[in-house]
Design a protein around this ligand. Structure first.
Ligand SMILES: [Zn+2]
Length: 246
């Protein structure tokens, strides 16, 4: 039996028995971990209030060798996300964040940068960053951390280095005019403002981006592009996609 002691974000929970849940957790040290929370559904459970989506907890999970499913032995609430789920559209964005993390991360594969990204997005929303910007920041960084989003200066088709404005996820990223011509009706044109905004997302901290007016015009095409890349990465559309494509 090994014990994982880590900070974690609660992702989701599903009923196992009348009194227990299986919880999915994004831990700082071990990546995504699933564990049984025995008695968590009882009114006097020591876990009560801690296992809500995107709460940050300090936990202990016992894990038997060769088993993927652990046993949650303690979970102390460090920061609740309950307040963020009480208003739309922030709540819709967070549902999409949880879905991407659930589907896009492998179990027991350390993802400290992704863990920190979630904290940054939650802190940004608490500080008043617009939910749209928080989503764009999350989606862009999630894709880059997982090697999906190339740079709009390097053609994914032929390797040419030039300024590119055509994003074609099926071709592996940004394409030059010649490579684009070989794939008619594929991909989408990303306006200069949206490309500049993407560059800023990768070049500045989230709170610094919040007051930039250029972002609001660029957000819509950027959201479309990121959504296409995300569903290509995840293999199918998000159930919560309506929240992040409007
Ligand atoms: Zn090319």
């Amino acid at each position: 039996m090994t014990t994982i002691r880590s900070e974690a974000f609660v992702l989701s929970r599903t009923p196992l028995t009348e009194s227990s849940w299986i919880v999915s957790l994004l831990t700082r040290q071990e990546g995504k971990v699933r564990a049984v929370a025995k008695g968590a559904r009882r009114s006097k459970s020591p876990f009560r209030g801690a296992l809500e989506p995107l709460n940050r907890v300090r936990l202990e999970v016992g894990l038997r060798e060769g088993r993927d499913l652990g046993t949650l032995t303690s979970a102390d609430l460090e920061e609740s996300a309950f307040d963020l789920f009480s208003s739309w559209p922030a709540a819709g964005i967070l549902l999409a964040v949880v879905e991407v993390l659930e589907r896009g991360l492998a179990d027991h594969s350390a993802e400290e940068e992704t863990f920190r990204l979630v904290g940054t997005v939650l802190d940004g929303l608490r500080a008043g960053v617009s939910p749209d910007l928080a989503w764009v920041y999350f989606a862009a960084w999630f894709l880059r951390l997982h090697g999906v989003l190339g740079r709009p200066s390097h053609c994914a088709g032929c390797g040419a280095n030039q300024v590119l404005d055509h994003f074609d996820v099926g071709a592996g990223g940004w394409l030059c005019a010649a490579c684009k011509g070989k794939r008619p009706d594929q991909g989408l044109q990303v306006p200069a403002g949206a490309r500049a905004a993407l560059g800023r997302v990768f070049g500045a901290a989230l709170p610094e981006l919040a007051p930039e007016p250029f972002l609001s015009d660029a957000l819509k095409p950027l959201k479309s592009m990121l959504y296409l890349a995300l569903i290509a990465y995840l293999g199918r559309p998000l159930a919560s996609g309506d929240q992040v494509t409007r």
